[in-house]
Design a protein around this ligand. Structure first.
Ligand SMILES: Nc1ncnc2c1ncn2[C@@H]1O[C@H](COP(=O)(O)OP(=O)(O)OP(=O)(O)O)[C@@H](O)[C@H]1O
Ligand SMILES: [Mg+2]
Length: 504
């Protein structure tokens, strides 16, 4: 039968089964790193209702192995066989609401991305222990889907040790970890250190991705090499300002969104500030965090095309919670590390992003403005009104620090001429006419312009004032009262933070 229900003629088609060796190799290239790969295995353990998940990195004298052991409900022999097959499950099937899987691939693709031998041993309550193993070298040599029923001696020891007390659960065991440790590295200290660094990276990743499972009534214990992994809460929930939660809908399913505005550095101890900077630093950690069934998929991304990460937005972190029933709409990938908001809600996402960015900027603007208020009364504007022969004109303020500096340079003659030229030709009648007709659509100073150039300008002026013998605080107060910085108090706030200048 073909897709239209008609009988198919044997002459009209041929079977095109994949080549085992080639396909298995391709499965290695899904783009995981060691952290995302292990997180994908933990997804399976959580779906299997595990309460304890233990990860072990064992250097094993240069023949390293990694295991993930869970006390979830395990698999019987048939389930284990299906689990080891690639494409054992159809991604279109409906899943239990708390299932973290989707594609029927993760166990294999995540494992093969890092290792060439994957052994899984599993046991359900009242059932025996079953073992299956893919060894890519065997598949390659035989070019056939040969699934072994035996574990290596090393794996067997770990498996026997765990199941000796008749516990249920699953062990995933990786050997021939060629992606991070190529070849056999007996006693190679550098590789051993690197291996342990990877372990620590994985620990940090788990602390973020599964933090929502690490507390509360149903909490799960996560251990790495015997030590409990502590959660890392990107939202500093206890200390941050929570904006109201909003609920959007995608195909009738709820999308919960809650922005958090984190406290400014001055309100945190140096330890807290360093801790909450996260793995990638304060700047990189701003933006949306998407949780699918409480499991973090995307961390710190504004999600809206063209929306940049800016320093003044770095106190804004926004939690989005989605379920697994809208995986297609969100374009969830096999690695569970990307999600794209559906077009139907992108406008709302943008609105919430802008509102949160404003709240974060406000904190920096407030700090900058405070300085401007504290400073001397004199403000340096670029334009002045002047009267010549009883008539009104407009001139550029020669005392403005930026102009003054230029007028001290070797180009002072040309600059004077240029200023004269500009002053004498200001199109006053055109401005008056535009202003009276369309005052609402006149640009504000620097509206819509990227103010990143201000950073260098502020630094230059700051150095200039310091060179003239001003104190750090006086220098900053002067700058805060000078056009154009009056329009970007957040830049002044950020500059003080960087230079360690106390505003209070
Ligand atoms: N630790 C485990 N405990 C119990 N069952 C497991 C475990 N790991 C895997 N399985 C079973 O094996 C199946 C295949 O796992 P795999 O990770 O390859 O795909 P998935 O979780 O269904 O989807 P995804 O590709 O999105 O991860 C799972 O659906 C589950 O039935
Ligand atoms: Mg999975």
């Amino acid at each position: 039968m073909n897709s239209k229900g008609e009988n198919m003629d044997i002459n009209d088609f041929e079977y095109a089964n994949p080549n085992a060796a080639a396909l298995m190799q391709s499965l290695r290239a899904f783009g995981y790193d060691i952290s995302t790969a292990i997180a994908d295995l933990i997804d399976n353990s959580i779906t299997a209702k595990a309460k304890n998940i233990e990860i072990t990195f064992d250097w094993n004298n240069g023949e390293p192995w990694i295991s993930i052991i869970d006390d979830g409900y395990g698999m019987d022999e048939e389930e284990l066989f299906e689990a080891m097959k690639t494409g054992g499950k159809n991604p279109l099937d409906k899943r239990e609401a708390d299932d973290l899987g989707r594609f029927g691939l993760g166990l294999k693709t995540a494992s093969f991305s890092q290792c060439k031998r994957l052994t899984v041993a599993s046991k359900r309550v009242d059932e025996g222990v079953y073992i299956r193993c893919w060894d890519l070298d065997v598949v390659n040599e035989q070019n056939a889907w040969i699934l072994l029923k035996k574990a290596s001696d090393t794996a067997k020891e770990v498996i026997d040790n765990y199941f000796k007390d008749n516990k249920n659960g699953t062990i995933v065991f990786w050997e021939k970890i060629d992606r991070i440790i190529p070849g056999s590295r007996i006693n190679d200290e550098e590789y051993q250190d690197a291996f342990l660094d990877y372990a620590s990276m994985v620990k940090n990743h788990i602390a973020v991705v599964f933090s929502a499972y690490m507390y509360g009534y149903n909490k799960i214990s996560f251990k790495l090499n015997g030590r409990e992994i502590d959660m890392w809460d990107p939202f500093m929930s206890e200390l941050s300002t929570k904006m109201p939660q909003e609920i959007l809908y995608v195909n009738g399913s709820e999308v919960k969104i809650r922005p958090y505005i984190l406290p400014h550095q001055s309100k945190l101890s140096p330890e807290e500030f360093a801790f909450y900077a996260g793995i990638h630093g304060w700047n990189a950690q701003q933006g949306f965090y998407i949780y699918r069934n409480n499991r973090l998929i995307v961390s710190g991304d504004w999600l809206v095309p063209g929306m940049e990460k800016l320093e003044q937005y770095r106190l804004a972190r926004i939690r989005i919670d989605i379920g697994n029933e809208t995986d297609t709409e969100w374009n969830i990938d096999v690695r569970k590390s990307t999600a794209v908001p559906p077009i139907s809600i992108i406008k709302e996402i943008k609105r919430i992003a802008i509102a949160s960015q404003k709240e974060s900027s406000k904190i920096y603007r407030h700090r900058g403005k405070k300085l401007a208020r504290k400073g001397q009364k004199e403000q340096f504007f670029v334009w002045h009104q002047n009267i010549r022969h009883g008539k009104i004109g407009y001139s550029v303020n020669r005392e403005h620090p930026i102009i003054k500096k230029l007028l001290d340079s070797t180009l002072k003659k040309e600059i004077k001429e240029l200023l004269d030229l500009i002053e004498e030709t200001v199109p006053v009648p055109m401005i008056i006419s535009d202003y009276s007709e369309k005052s609402d659509s006149m640009l504000e100073p620097y509206e819509g312009k990227n103010k990143n150039d201000f950073d260098d300008m502020i630094l230059n002026m700051y150095e200039m004032y310091i060179g003239w013998g001003y104190t750090k605080k006086q220098a900053i107060e002067n700058i805060a009262n000078t056009e154009p910085f009056i329009y970007a108090p957040e830049k002044i706030g950020l500059f003080c933070e960087k230079e360690g200048i106390d505003i209070e």
